[in-house]
Design a protein around this ligand. Structure first.
Ligand SMILES: Cc1cc2nc3c(=O)[nH]c(=O)nc-3n(C[C@H](O)[C@H](O)[C@H](O)COP(=O)(O)OP(=O)(O)OC[C@H]3O[C@@H](n4cnc5c(N)ncnc54)[C@H](O)[C@@H]3O)c2cc1C
Length: 214
């Protein structure tokens, strides 16, 4: 397997120990890294389709493969709000929100997750943190109280990056700041089932959590 990325670091912005751990595990799996470079031209076959892939990096390396996957070019899907009827979008096509995560100009409309104009990384774990703020505020409104829960930026970056079921690297917040997560921790928290048990139980599914199985 070959990974090409324009950034010259794995997991930029995360702890060096986390970056080193990931690199060590990728090396062990035989994954070839081409960092700090891009492709001179995109592959001629569609992403995700088996075929003959032959590309050249800006550094002049030739890569031949049987399939390629696109892991770039993610954008926020807010086309349906682009007419500004709800609120004018930001330059990044995100929805401006207040500190209580109300859409600007509305007391009873909220925006969370990727579409919210917040500096948080566009990641599910941050969307869940936003949801907790909004749940508190809607609950207060339903009780006739003033919604008073505010979003606050997360100082420490966090990630759980499984590599297969049992491998992986990660970084988690602790009272003393960010700390690396071991592969065992990544397995236990995410790699074992990619959160399916957690969400099944949250949606009141009787399926037992994977860790409780005999
Ligand atoms: C390949 C990939 C891997 C990722 N891996 C991770 C990871 O490991 N960890 C992590 O924390 N984050 C990860 N993310 C990011 C994570 O998926 C997003 O940050 C998260 O899903 C954002 O949640 P959301 O609810 O804001 O938006 P979404 O999950 O995108 O949900 C928005 C929903 O709105 C629907 N929708 C859109 N337009 C309309 C419309 N007009 N009408 C009705 N419905 C509409 C969409 O279909 C979608 O279901 C990954 C993202 C990608 C693309």
């Amino acid at each position: 397997m070959v990974v090409v990325d324009r950034t010259d670091q794995l997991l930029p912005g995360f702890l060096p120990e986390v970056q080193d751990d990931l690199r060590r595990q990728l090396d062990k799996l035989g994954v070839e890294l081409h960092l700090g470079t891009g492709l001179t031209a995109p592959p001629t076959i569609d992403a995700g389709r088996a075929g003959h892939v032959a590309v050249t990096t800006d550094h002049g390396d030739e890569i031949v493969a049987d399939i390629w996957f696109r892991a770039f070019g993610v954008r926020t899907t807010t086309d349906y709000l682009a007419d500004g009827t709800l609120t004018p979008l930001t330059e990044q096509a995100t929805v401006p929100v207040t500190e209580r995560l109300n859409v600007q100009g509305y007391d009873h409309v909220y925006a969370i997750g990727d579409i919210a104009a917040l500096p948080d990384p566009k990641m599910a774990s941050y969307a869940m943190t936003h949801a907790e703020v909004v749940v508190q505020n809607i609950t207060a409104q339903l009780a006739g109280d003033q919604p008073g829960t505010v979003w606050s930026p997360t100082a420490e970056r966090r990630i759980l990056l499984p590599l297969g079921t049992y491998g992986g690297a990660g970084q988690l917040p602790t009272p003393d700041g960010a700390a690396p997560a071991t592969a065992q921790m990544v397995y236990e928290r995410k790699g074992a089932d990619l959160f399916t048990a957690k969400f099944a139980s949250r949606f009141n599914n009787p399926r037992r959590p994977i860790n409780d199985r005999d």
